[in-house]
Design a protein around this ligand. Structure first.
Ligand code: SIN
Length: 277
């Protein structure tokens, strides 16, 4: 079945026009998987889904991640909605790739807008394939073999007033080392830039910080970014292996609530390592 699509920017983001029943049936899931890898972000508007439908749709795209709070993760600041995980929410305000604390990150994540703030709370996405491709050759050569230490606690280093409970939870995640350039199995390359990336292995601190910041600034230029302005019921999904994302600020007590489901990935961050050994 051919999907009706409209690109939202030249480098990232496509609106898909369909309906809930079609999505949940799995009839367009192969097309959706192919499209999301080309376009980074897909927007579904006018396809309302309850949790059961969202899970059913997500399962047609791949195996669903069972997080600590279950298969539907509530992205919110409200401890009543997410007693165990709400305190991870401030990390969402900084550019990140999900689960850089793992070796094989999720493939695809889906957010479903349940409650929205009056002000703020849009979500920004950056295409890390397009950002890599547009780098000057001198930078591609410079970063080609670099490796970066990622720490969950580094993702929260700009968050003021962290509690001891938060600090302890973040430190409990093992650091991981990932290449700065992801060589994907299909031959494409993307940047692994994320606020969790704290240090380039073997480089002096000042030089390492400056280069990581320069790559982050490069990858998040407007030509690589799509900003999603939420409406209630919107479902937005992204390819976590080729994008970064972050939430724009919103009030802690706004009640903002997005239901998130995630498809487990099968491509390690260093998928192409053998190609360059
Ligand atoms: C996330 O980072 O997973 C959620 C982004 C958002 O809250 O907009």
């Amino acid at each position: 079945m051919a999907l009706k699509t409209t690109d939202l920017t030249s480098n990232i983001g496509t609106l898909v026009e369909t309906d809930t029943a079609t999505l949940v049936s799995g009839a367009v899931s192969a097309e959706i998987c192919a499209l999301i890898q080309q376009r980074g972000v897909l927007v579904l508007r006018g396809c309302p889904m309850d949790d059961a439908q969202q899970l059913q749709f997500t399962r047609t795209l791949g195996p669903v991640l069972d997080e600590k709070s279950g298969e539907v993760y509530k992205v919110t600041y409200d401890p009543r909605e997410s007693p165990d995980l709400w305190f991870y929410t401030p990390g969402n305000f900084f550019w990140h790739i999900d689960r850089t604390d793992s070796l094989v990150p999720p493939f695809l994540t889906m957010l479903n807008a349940k409650r929205l703030p009056d002000i703020g709370g849009d979500t920004e996405f950056a295409n890390t394939y397009a950002a890599y491709e547009a780098l000057p050759d001198s930078d591609k050569a410079l970063i080609d073999r670099l490796k970066v230490v990622h720490k969950v606690e580094a993702s929260f280093r700009f968050v003021p007033d962290l509690s001891d409970q938060q600090r302890a939870a973040f430190r409990a995640h093992e650091p991981k080392v990932h290449p700065l350039v992801w060589r994907h199995r299909d031959g494409r390359k993307s940047l692994i830039t994320s606020t969790s990336g704290i240090e380039i292995v073997g480089m002096r601190q000042a030089e390492s910080e400056a280069l990581l910041q320069r790559m982050m600034d490069w990858a998040t230029q407007p030509q690589f970014v799509y900003v999603h302005k939420w409406q209630l019921g919107d479902v937005v999904m992204w390819d976590n292996t080729g994008t970064m994302h972050k939430a724009q600020p919103y009030a802690k007590d706004s009640g903002r609530l997005l239901h998130r489901t995630t498809v487990i990935g099968d491509e390690p961050f260093d998928a192409g390592r053998e190609l360059v050994a």
